[in-house]
Design a binder for this molecule. Structure first.
Ligand SMILES: [Zn+2]
Ligand SMILES: [Zn+2]
Length: 98
């Protein structure tokens, strides 16, 4: 019968109950394992050398901004945009980062 109470507590806690309960049980089922994205599937890539990263930033080799996969980038100045078209700076066709 105690399990129902524990479950109710867990639900209340998950629902954002303000009660700061002391650790009554060590059955930590509340820690939901968030599925990490596959390491192979990089979110950002360097348009110059193809260096991949999970987060936005600069390529450590080329010192240019990484382009988000699925976005478009200028092959001349590496400016990126979420939409296809011509680079505002160079006027050349943007390429899609795959
Ligand atoms: Zn690079
Ligand atoms: Zn450009």
């Amino acid at each position: 019968m105690r399990w129902t109470m524990i479950a109710a507590c867990a639900l209340a806690f998950a629902a954002g109950c303000s009660g700061n309960k002391a650790n009554s049980g060590t059955d930590a089922t509340a820690t939901a394992t968030v599925q990490a994205q596959p390491a192979k599937n990089m979110n950002y890539k360097c348009p110059e050398c193809g260096y991949g990263s999970m987060t936005a930033g600069d390529c450590p080799k080329d010192k240019i901004s990484l382009v988000k996969v699925g976005n478009y980038y200028c092959p001349e100045c590496y400016m990126s945009d979420s939409l296809p078209g011509k680079c505002k700076m160079c006027g050349v066709e943007m390429k899609k980062m795959e």
